[in-house]
Design a protein around this ligand. Sequence first.
Ligand code: OFO
Length: 172
Amino acid sequence: MLSKSIESALNKQIRIEAESSQAYLAMAVWAEVKGLEGISGFMYDQSDEEREHMLKLVKFVNERGGHAHVSELKAPSVSFTSFKGMFETLLEHEIFVSESINELVHISLQEKDYATHNFLQWYVAEQIEEEATARTILDKIKMIGDDKGGLYLFDRDIMQLTVNSAADITAK
Ligand code: OFO
């Protein structure tokens, strides 16, 4: 059974994951209207993943005797000054999510809720991966700068990343 404070902390995380999904959906749409299909496809996948992260939490809260909240969400940014700016926002957001997960881990230990602590380890590992991916992308985008040809090639390459991550999901 979840304590009230753990339940509300998990519900806060449910909202964060839902907001992440919306934020990445807005990025996917922005990239799509700019004609960059690879980047857009990558962001659509990221958005789906965040929804899965949210659903995993929803199920956990309900299974442990709590009540998952489906709440109002903060409106995401819908346009960006550049792709570099967009990926900077993505990295900043992932760092914020990692901090939030760390805080949850801290609370679960304080409350000696080892089941929640164990459940959260998946998110800890996932955040390491997501921050690393965002940093890799940002490094590449920084190298490209304003070069249109570079962006075109990057858009083609990131499609490969999308294919790989889609294959990971199927393998799971
Ligand atoms: Fe990338 O945020 Fe979920 O965990």
